[in-house]
Design a protein around this ligand. Structure first.
Ligand code: SER
Length: 340
């Protein structure tokens, strides 16, 4: 008999770290993890199996289908917004081609199992694109249906993959007789910028927030690539993981949409710098805006409206701005670097 598992792609990334630890603590399911990079040693005991490989490798995915009964997929692997701009076509292949492969795997598994496989998809604030700063501040909190004209390849990829999820969960096999039970249960969260105490993101454009704190904690100077008046919504990694797990656990009947904004606090780079300097008085932060990266964050909303998530599945972050730094980031980061 095939073992029942949860599949996590991009397992060695920022979100993978938090998610694997939480899922393992809950002990609800065996975890099969995939990443193109080797898995961090400390995550290995939490995983039933780790496969190093590419989500574009259909042989690898085929092996998973043959060996496991996959009840849920957390498809975390992707190339983030700044990195994607250096090679947009490769980013497209990985972000869109990889997601299509995983959705096909979910369809196949749903057919085998005679019930829908849950497909958890982290989308992003990058799906939004606001034409200029004046409009950004006028727009204020943006809800899921507004300003969907992304300006980056990553944003285009995420938005298109949301549509693929909607297609596979709602319309795929419309013409076939066995349609009733083989659709994928697609559930998507659009995340704001994420800040983790244990990992630094690789190649995102909201990374300045994480980098300011991590560089200060290590006593290294930091040059911000955005102006200090730059404002974005953020949340800390434990809240991001909590939102994914809560959405996965929500009964399908309470979910009135497939895609949900979530957020915690909306702050400027100046506000982040102020907290960092208060906690690490010796920190040396300078500002040298990078034109392309600045224009990306300027096109993202200053805040998002997450009232649908709050209403449908009771979303509520555990950390506001003050708690995020005082209760989570500063103590955990100090501990993290002290242990190294
Ligand atoms: N944090 C991501 C990035 O900056 C956005 O989802 O690319």
């Amino acid at each position: 008999m095939r073992k029942e598992v949860v599949l996590i792609t991009g397992a060695n990334g920022e979100m993978g770290h938090g998610l694997i630890n939480h899922l393992a603590q809950q002990g609800r399911a065996l975890i099969v993890a995939v990443d193109v990079q080797p898995l961090n040693d400390e995550l290995r005991p939490a995983c039933h199996r780790f496969l190093q490989g590419d989500i574009l490798d259909k042989m690898l995915l085929g092996r998973l289908v043959a060996e496991y009964e996959i009840r849920a997929i957390y498809h975390l692997a992707s190339i983030l917004s700044t990195k994607a701009e250096y090679n947009p076509e490769t980013a497209h292949l990985i972000n869109v081609g990889g997601t299509l492969n995983l959705l096909q795997l979910a369809v196949e598994q749903s057919q085998w199992q005679g019930q829908p496989v849950k497909f958890m998809y982290p989308s992003s604030i990058a799906t939004y694109g606001i034409p200029n700063l004046e409009t950004k501040y006028q727009a204020g909190k943006v809800h899921e249906g507004q300003w969907l004209s992304p300006t980056t390849m990553y944003g285009c990829n995420k938005l298109y993959c949301e549509h693929l999820g909607r297609y596979y969960s709602t319309y795929f096999r419309q013409l076939a007789a066995d349609r009733s039970h083989n659709l994928v249960d697609f559930r998507c969260i659009r995340f704001p910028g994420l800040i983790s105490a244990t990992t630094i993101p690789t190649g995102g454009t909201s990374d300045y927030a994480s980098e300011m704190v991590h560089y200060a904690a290590q006593g290294q100077p930091y040059e911000s690539f955005v102006r200090l008046d730059t404002q974005l919504p953020f949340m800390v990694m434990p809240d991001a993981v909590k939102s994914l797990l809560e959405l996965e656990n929500a009964p399908r009947a309470v979910l009135h949409q497939l895609i949900y904004n979530v957020t915690s606090f909306s702050v400027t780079a100046q506000q982040i710098q102020d907290v960092v300097l208060a906690e690490f008085p010796g920190a040396h932060i300078t500002v040298q805006p990078h034109q392309a990266r600045q224009s990306i964050v300027d096109s993202w909303p200053m805040d998002v409206d997450d009232s649908a998530a709050r209403q449908d599945w009771g979303w509520q972050p555990s950390y506001d701005f003050e708690q995020a730094f005082k209760d989570y980031l500063i103590p955990s980061i100090r501990q993290h670097y002290a242990a190294q």
